[in-house]
Design a protein around this ligand. Sequence first.
Ligand SMILES: O=C(COP(=O)(O)O)[C@H](O)[C@H](O)COP(=O)(O)O
Length: 317
Amino acid sequence: MDDRVHPEVRRTATEIDTMEIRGAATIADAAARALRTQATESDAADAEAFRAELRAAARTLHETRPTAVSLPNALRYVLRGMSSTTVEGLRQNVVDSADEFCARLERAQADLGQVGANRLRDGDTIMTHCHSTDALACVEAAVEQGKHIEAVVKETRPRNQGHITAKRLHELGVPVTLIVDSAARRYLNDVNHVLVGADAVAADGSVINKIGTSGLAVNARDRGTPITVAAQTLKLHPGTMTGHTVDIEMRDTAEVVDDETLAELGNPTVKNPAFDVTPPRYVDAIVTERGQFPPESIVILMRELFGEGTSEPWAEP
Ligand SMILES: O=C(COP(=O)(O)O)[C@H](O)[C@H](O)COP(=O)(O)O
């Protein structure tokens, strides 16, 4: 571990790694705040040392979880704001960029919520997968518009993020039916929309989200149920414009089965991918703070927001 990295940054990195901090938007917010702390607490002697320290902190955060592109997008946003030539100037640059990033994230989620809410009608029932703050922002805005919304919530094995969604929806006054993941197809008959979030959206409009999203989307399409993905532009993956693929995180098998049970089963191989890829043809709309897009046209928005250059500011010069 690089000893230039502030303990608070290391703590944030550990919490992202162990999923105490989780969900793409929340991870991005925490990463920006951690860089801010690195900057405010830095005692770097000169501007070059300060820049190197910030890059080291960004690398520590970047190495935690590979799939949610909001994390590198957050790091890029904050690091690219460093334009000054003095330590004090750079410190202020990082503080300003981090604050601006967090404020924009919050505003984007609220704006996206309004767009997503317009897709929901009074009396609709949605089906959710995992826990997405972007998806919940749509429900919250719909409820604020006075619409009655109900929800069928998939528990989302192995980590049961559906429980967080159920609790949050209950707080919003939305009646919830909790189901096991394998019951999704059965209950698709009872819902008007599938509403999920995204960890990344690729240039071809593919949606990378919690494992099980793609199967849900295929089943929903078969049933004729529209699939909405709530994903602020922070989830757009610039690297996919230049041919890079999205790395799918493989997590510890202990999340699926404990060692004792595993031994009783004769030690089978266990695989625990955290995310999967839903091809654009199964997605009806990607809802962002800039409006809703058919997945195939998302690349136009990506070019506008990111241009074509994707070199990483935390790389050593
Ligand atoms: O797949 C997940 C979380 O996975 P994990 O629990 O493994 O982090 C969420 O759907 C997206 O991150 C979007 O969340 P948000 O809309 O809050 O960014």
